[in-house]
Design a binder for this molecule. Structure first.
Ligand SMILES: [Zn+2]
Length: 135
């Protein structure tokens, strides 16, 4: 099995609803995403997937959709406040935890045909959440 991991940095704001703790307040993170692709075989160039192509596909989307954006639970009353002021938001069905952000990025990578195995989101240098479709 071959594995490649592409790292992409992005900055985001968020808060968690119905949560007792610091993350209930609006705050931001310098996030690091790791997109891991796996394959049993290599292409004709000897690659699982060209790093440049992974970066092009995923960095473009992450930077357009998530970077320097406010990530909110769609039930958050702040959604209307941000929208009414023309501030960019990205909405989730659930709380915008690192786990949920990882799942969203995973789905996006899969939609783009990448042989993605796992997406990991480092919310802080010591806190990592991951999503894959293994049982
Ligand atoms: Zn946070």
């Amino acid at each position: 099995m071959y594995r490649v991991v592409q790292q992409i940095h992005f900055i985001y704001g968020h808060r968690l609803l119905n949560y007792q703790g610091k993350c209930a307040q609006v705050h931001g993170h310098n996030g690091l995403v790791e997109i891991e692709l796996r394959s049993n075989k290599l292409d004709s160039l000897g690659m699982v997937y060209d790093f440049d192509d992974i970066e092009k596909i995923m960095k473009t989307w992450i930077h357009e959709a998530l970077d320097h954006k406010m990530l909110l639970n769609k039930k958050d009353p702040l959604v209307e406040v941000f929208k009414s002021r023309g501030e960019p938001v990205y909405l989730f069905e659930d709380n915008p935890t690192a786990e949920v952000i990882a799942r969203e990025i995973f789905i996006h990578a899969k939609t783009h045909g990448l042989p993605v195995f796992e997406v990991r989101v480092w919310e802080t240098p010591g806190s990592l959440a991951a999503y894959n479709e293994e049982n």
